[in-house]
Design a protein around this ligand. Structure first.
Ligand code: TIU
Length: 237
């Protein structure tokens, strides 16, 4: 059922984030979606996929308050919200052996862990964290790859709605977020990464990704702190 502010089609309204890098970012709320990548328990809480890979997952939690504020403001403005989850079918038919067998994790994709089967759709660990839980009417994409566009139909769904611009947040910055931004870039979207709404298990990789995105005149897209987004959303039109 579609209810609540998430389903309202916002009126066309062009906003401009002056302090975006490498130069100001202009977008029409009616043609822009906020895309939150993989803010699921598997990556953010102990006992999930992130930890089985040997990572300290506590770093990622720090972005939740800023991401929640951005999500709330975007919902208030009536903008389209897309949530993704890295998720595989229970029979793992969409998980290539190359992905499952990579590295030396303590638990592999599909194995039973403290939050259910690792990275499997419908398991407790695969749920988006409560603070950012999707509302009815928001798009929720289960993606078998790192990128949000691979084998998901997301591009078609965005095209149906006339979306041309994407604001990105989520985890991890250099893996699923950057892959999704690059996929979006190749499909013709103008993407902006909200700097304080994304995090990596490796702070240096986050910093490098922000630099890579905005280098060469925005070769992948733009970056800006979420406070700049909030400021333009709250400014009277
Ligand atoms: N391992 C890691 O940094 N990330 C992933 O495996 N998936 C996402 O980034 N969502």
């Amino acid at each position: 059922m579609n209810t609540g502010p998430a389903t309202r089609q916002p009126a066309s309204r062009t906003l401009r984030i002056e302090r975006a890098l490498p130069f100001p970012y202009e977008f029409d709320i009616a043609r822009t979606a906020l895309v939150l990548i993989d803010m699921q328990r598997d990556f953010i809480e102990p006992g999930g996929f992130g930890e089985t890979l040997g990572n300290d997952v506590s770093l990622l939690e720090a972005i939740v308050p800023a991401t929640r504020r951005a999500l709330h403001a975007w919902r208030q403005a009536g903008g389209l919200v897309v949530h993704t989850r890295e998720a595989h079918l229970a029979d793992l038919s969409d998980c290539p052996p190359a992905k499952r067998n990579r590295g030396n994790p303590t638990l592999r994709i599909g194995d039973e862990g403290p939050m259910g089967r690792i990275l499997v759709a419908g398991e407790p660990g695969n749920r988006i964290i409560d603070a950012l839980a999707p509302l009815d009417g928001e798009i929720v994409i289960d993606k078998p790859g790192k990128g949000a566009f691979y084998a998901t139909g997301l591009h078609e769904r965005l095209q149906q709605r006339g979306i041309t611009h994407l604001l990105f947040g989520g985890v991890t910055t250099e893996v699923c977020v950057q892959t999704s931004m690059r996929e979006a870039n190749d499909r013709g979207y103008d993407g902006l990464l909200l700097e304080d709404c994304t995090e990596s298990y490796f702070p240096a990789f986050k910093a490098a990704t922000l630099d890579m995105v905005r280098a060469q005149g925005g070769i992948v897209g733009w970056t800006a702190p979420s406070t700049e987004l909030l400021a333009v959303l709250h400014r009277p039109s």
